[in-house]
Design a protein around this ligand. Structure first.
Ligand SMILES: [Fe+2]
Length: 188
């Protein structure tokens, strides 16, 4: 897990948008989370994500150590449907409940299967997406754009947003900061 942390740290120092959004060190307390699986987590090790030169190293590291992660699924089947619940999962790399403790930011590694629709949702924390692999259509009430590996997307506090995963599975770093860090996203 520490190698994933090191790769995330390198990306956050080399990408201007990520660097402006947050800073963290690799000298964080290990919360010693036990590995857990989610319905989708086994797919990750065998998926060929469409990456970039910048993101290939962390993708390979995530796939290699996926079995050590505490995978979770946020939403119930009644909120998002069975397909979404079964083909989306994430783990918290850094954060209050993450593999590495930090009370100021949360860094999630998130996976979605191809053609999933992540419906309109919002949260108090500010957010930046950094795409590691795959591509998806990102929507807010004021813009729509396709993001691919090495692209970023910022969401303000309580800004409603939605994502349509296109024809490839999506792997992304999702980073939160600010108020509401301890609360999860809600479907709007
Ligand atoms: Fe979000």
């Amino acid at each position: 897990m520490h190698l994933i942390l090191q790769h995330a740290h390198m990306l956050c120092n080399s990408n201007r948008e990520l660097k402006n959004f947050c800073r963290f060190s690799t000298n964080l307390t290990d919360n010693n989370l036990s590995p857990t699986i989610a319905s989708a987590s086994s797919s990750i090790t065998t998926t060929e994500f469409k990456s970039s030169n910048e993101t290939l190293p962390i993708i390979e590291t995530i796939k290699k150590y996926a079995g050590e992660a505490s995978w979770r699924q946020t939403y119930s089947i009644s909120e998002v449907g069975e397909d979404f619940a079964n083909r989306h999962c994430y783990f918290e790399l850094i954060g209050p409940n993450g593999h590495y403790y930090n009370k100021a930011i949360r860094v999630f590694v998130c996976y979605w299967g191809e053609y999933l629709n992540y419906d309109w949702h919002s949260h108090e924390a500010e957010e930046i997406y950094y795409i590691l692999g795959g591509k998806a259509l990102f929507k807010t009430k004021t813009m729509t754009k396709v993001l691919k590996a090495n692209d970023t997307q910022f969401h303000k506090s309580w800004e409603s947003h939605a994502t349509e995963i296109l024809d490839e599975p999506l792997l992304a770093l999702v980073i939160w900061r600010g108020n509401g860090l301890d609360k999860l996203a809600q479907i709007d």
